[in-house]
Write a protein that binds this ligand. Structure first.
Ligand code: ARG
Length: 267
């Protein structure tokens, strides 16, 4: 995680952005999320925030993290669509490099790829779901897919068609290897078919739930950390045997992100 010391909303990069943030409240909400991850049994590690990098708190976007059975842990650095966010990447790459991760550099000239905003491991690690359309490009996902195929990982491209779902993590959230939460209208038809082929239970969320970042949760160790608990989500979590943990992220939602975006799993 990256502390929200310099978090701000300056330039609108997605349709959720606009309102000014309250930094004291943001810090408090971030502290709560950190505590909830710790309480779920995770060890939280931090990267130093950098002045001027107002979105650096969204730790899900700067690199893709993976592990290869022989080659070990690796990252794939992003090429962020907005120049203001491109500067974040080097700081994250350095963090991982210092901890022994190999860096797989792709030739992303003319393309974009935004880390775990658009690239989500299937929970059993059998494949990577990779979305494009608003932030990552089809070509970026294509180059990523080719590199991952060489390592033996399969990549399933998904096309996003609703601008409020500018990242995959706004409309797609695996709960376990058999179940996923999605906002169906976010996807092009063939992509929706692939999601149904990939999961036994596809739980639809309403537009209202998607706009409230219900699809941006974190399923971990039998819990589901979410910014909001709707009746529909309660029912789904009960069916999947997950305990809801609600963490208010209203300040970060003003930037288009919630709990999923504010961390990256390092293994
Ligand atoms: N303001 C940030 C942006 O638009 C929010 C990023 C949220 N992260 C995410 N993984 N959805 O780039």
């Amino acid at each position: 995680m990256c502390p929200p010391t310099f978090f701000d909303v300056r330039e609108p990069k997605n349709p959720h952005m606009g309102l000014a943030i309250d930094r004291v409240r943001a810090q408090h909400q971030w502290d709560n999320l950190r505590r909830s991850l710790h309480d779920a049994g995770l060890k939280v590690e931090l990267i130093d925030p950098v002045q001027g990098l107002d979105d650096m708190v969204f730790a899900a976007n700067q690199v893709f993290v993976g592990e290869h059975p022989e080659r070990g842990k690796f990252i794939v650095p992003s090429r962020m669509r907005y120049p203001s966010r491109q500067k974040e990447v080097a700081f994250y790459v350095e963090w991982f490099r210092q901890r022994g991760y190999q860096t797989i550099e792709l030739d992303l000239r003319g393309e974009y790829l935004e880390g775990h905003g658009d690239l989500v491991w299937h929970p059993d690690r059998s494949r990577i779901w990779a979305a494009y359309g608003f932030r990552s490009t089809r070509g970026g996902v294509g180059r990523f897919g080719a590199a991952m195929n060489k390592l033996g990982f399969s990549v399933m491209p998904l096309e996003l068609v609703d601008k409020h779902c500018y990242h995959l993590d706004t409309c797609f959230c695996p709960l376990n290897a058999a179940a996923v939460l999605i906002y169906p209208e976010a996807f092009a038809r063939p992509s929706l078919v692939e999601i149904h082929n990939g999961f036994n239970r596809v739980h639809p969320l309403s537009r209202e739930e998607m706009l409230q970042f219900v699809a941006n949760g974190i399923a971990v160790n039998g819990r589901f950390i979410t910014p909001r608990l709707t009746a529909n989500l309660s029912r789904i979590l009960a069916e999947e045997g997950l305990t809801p943990v609600v963490v208010d992220t209203s300040e970060f939602e003003k930037s288009g992100g919630s709990v999923f975006c504010m961390k990256t799993f390092v293994d």
